[in-house]
Design a protein around this ligand. Structure first.
Ligand code: ADP
Ligand code: MG
Length: 523
């Protein structure tokens, strides 16, 4: 096999790395930059643009510039996250045939996996240009807190880009691999990763090249984008108060605001105050209107305080789940662009009562770790082993709409578990297996990954048939499930697939329809 690249496919920026002579290095793009914006656009003359060229023209071509698809991938169109994105983003988001959000721009409609595939394709080309050789295989990172559907869609995106996705690994685990390379001390580390769209928290134990994830927590819809949004809302409200004009429906103005908000936010990581000037942002009977105001660091901090607090709640849960206490943590590593904000640094420092470790580049460490894992998978790098965990509990819906867990969150993967279930009615001929991921006791409140029916169960009193359900989570965190009627040996299985997302209403209907197929734990 040829070279394996590691790709950090970020909400805001992506990064590609490779192992050369036993050392991981980040590959710069043709402009010399080590990170590439996860932007895709179609220009007015029909040209496809990816990365910086797409980002540079975002304001003048707002409706046809796509970004932050990582916030949409693998979600249902009706979800609160997709609806919130539709309010803020100036490109079109429409409902696809599988209730998935799709992106509608000037030339056509794209699935989220396609757009991610275009970005991954660009990262592949960047690597090929550098290596002077074609690249077929990659390890791609995802937030640890991604569920099965989000992982599968990301893997599909890799395939669309023409890559053999050797493995999907979690961003914090990748960061730990890169951080741990060449250190042989036994250490417990906490990784706090606050990027553009997602927040991940992991606690890991490292010794002799073995990186074992003890616990992970996070939020796949919390990141720098939300900080920007708070600033935009603040600016919108101020402008409306002063001028009586609501800019929300003007996509160019919204894109300019978002852009200015992000710039101001970054400046405020270094300074106490900054000016925001957006001339000719609107016009009315009275002529052109300009937006001009000052934003202070303390104002920004007040706008986003609750978001930072929210991340600390995940930190707390993660520490608890790891079975450790704060004092047991030897080092805290802070990753992701948004963690450059002083308030975030301070919150982490206060929480762990120690300063975050400095020696890693927060923009590059995840891609470097992916490259290390890729090299290890093809036998290049010998001395690393990654033992990761599943972020969410996995189970099925049982009689009464209960969520019955088969695999608890934070279980090391790969893992395989099976359990016997039985019927709830006499002569019940079929059972429906609904596979769910989440932490809620109520089945419907979790993510439905997929469902299938095992039919042809011979007539028997309720509670007697033995149906063995096996769950498998592979090293990429991807789920497959099978069910077998022990008496007849008949079997049904699925690799739960990302097309099976259903709306809550549909689910309810199905549950009504299928109460005939209820299934229960076999004592
Ligand atoms: P992702 O991995 O999700 O692509 P990154 O780790 O590249 O995200 O982080 C991008 C986010 O970090 C963006 O929201 C960006 O505005 C924010 N960011 C970058 N630099 C700074 C800074 N100096 N201060 C505050 N936020 C920053
Ligand atoms: Mg990232």
């Amino acid at each position: 096999m040829g070279r394996v690249i590691g790709i950090d496919l970020g909400t805001s920026n992506s990064c590609v790395a490779v192992v050369e002579d036993g050392r991981p290095i980040v590959i710069p793009n043709s402009g010399g930059y080590k990170i590439t914006p996860s932007f895709f656009a179609v220009s007015p003359d029909g040209q496809q643009l990816v990365g910086y060229p797409a980002r540079r023209q975002a304001i003048t071509n707002a409706a046809n510039t796509v970004f932050a698809t990582k916030r949409l991938i693998g979600r249902r169109f009706g979800s609160a996250e997709v609806q919130r994105s539709m309010e803020l983003y100036s490109y079109g988001i429409v409902e696809g045939p599988n209730e998935d959000p799709r992106i509608e721009i000037v030339d056509r409609t794209y699935t989220c996996a396609e757009v991610s595939g275009i970005i991954l394709g660009e990262m592949k080309r960047i690597a090929e240009a550098y290596l002077g050789d074609s690249v077929e295989a990659a390890v791609i990172t995802v937030p640890a807190y991604f569920n099965d559907t989000q992982r599968q869609s990301t893997r599909d995106a890799g395939r669309i880009a023409g890559l053999d996705v050797l493995r999907i690994i979690n961003e914090p685990a990748a960061a730990a691999l890169a951080y741990g390379m060449g250190r042989d001390a036994e250490e417990k580390i906490a990784i706090y990763d606050l990027g553009g769209g997602t927040f991940d928290m992991s606690i890991l134990e490292m010794s002799d090249g073995v990186v074992e994830v003890l616990a992970t927590a996070g939020d796949t819809f919390l990141g720098g984008e939300d900080f920007d949004r708070r600033i935009v809302e603040h600016l919108l409200a101020g402008f409306e108060e002063e001028n009586g004009i609501d800019l929300r429906s003007d996509s160019t103005a919204m894109q300019r605001l978002k852009d200015a908000a992000e710039k101001a936010k970054c400046v405020l990581s270094l300074r106490d105050r900054t000016e925001i000037n957006l001339p000719f942002i609107a016009s009315d009977g009275g002529g052109a209107r300009h937006l001009s105001c000052e934003l202070r660091r303390d104002e920004l901090e007040a706008l986003v305080e609750d978001i930072v607090d929210e991340t600390l709640r995940s930190v707390e849960r993660c520490v608890r789940d790891s079975g450790l206490s704060n004092e047991d943590i030897d080092h805290v590593v802070v990753v992701g662009g948004q963690s450059r904000m002083p308030m975030v640094q301070q919150a982490v420092t206060d929480y762990f009562e120690q300063r975050p470790h400095k020696g890693v580049n927060p923009d590059e460490v995840v891609a470097l770790g992916a490259a290390i894992q890729g090299s290890a998978l093809v036998g290049g790098t010998q001395d690393v082993l990654l033992l990761d965990v599943t972020p969410l509990s996995l189970g099925i819906s049982t009689y009464g709409g209960h969520f019955t867990r088969l695999i608890d969150r934070n279980t090391t993967v790969p893992v395989n578990k099976s359990h016997l279930f039985t019927t709830t009615r006499d002569d019940q001929a079929a059972v429906k297996i609904r596979v769910l991921q989440g932490e809620n006791e109520v089945a419907l409140e979790n993510d439905l990954l997929g469902e299938f029916v095992l039919a042809g169960i011979p007539p028997a009193p309720k509670g007697e048939p033995e149906i063995e359900v096996s769950f498998d989570i592979d090293s990429s965190g991807i789920v497959s499930v099978s069910a077998r009627d022990v008496a007849t040996g008949m079997e049904q299985s699925i690799t739960v697939n990302s097309k099976s997302t259903l709306s809550a209403e549909e689910l309810e209907l199905l549950i009504e329809e299928n109460s005939l197929f209820d299934v229960e734990f076999k004592a």
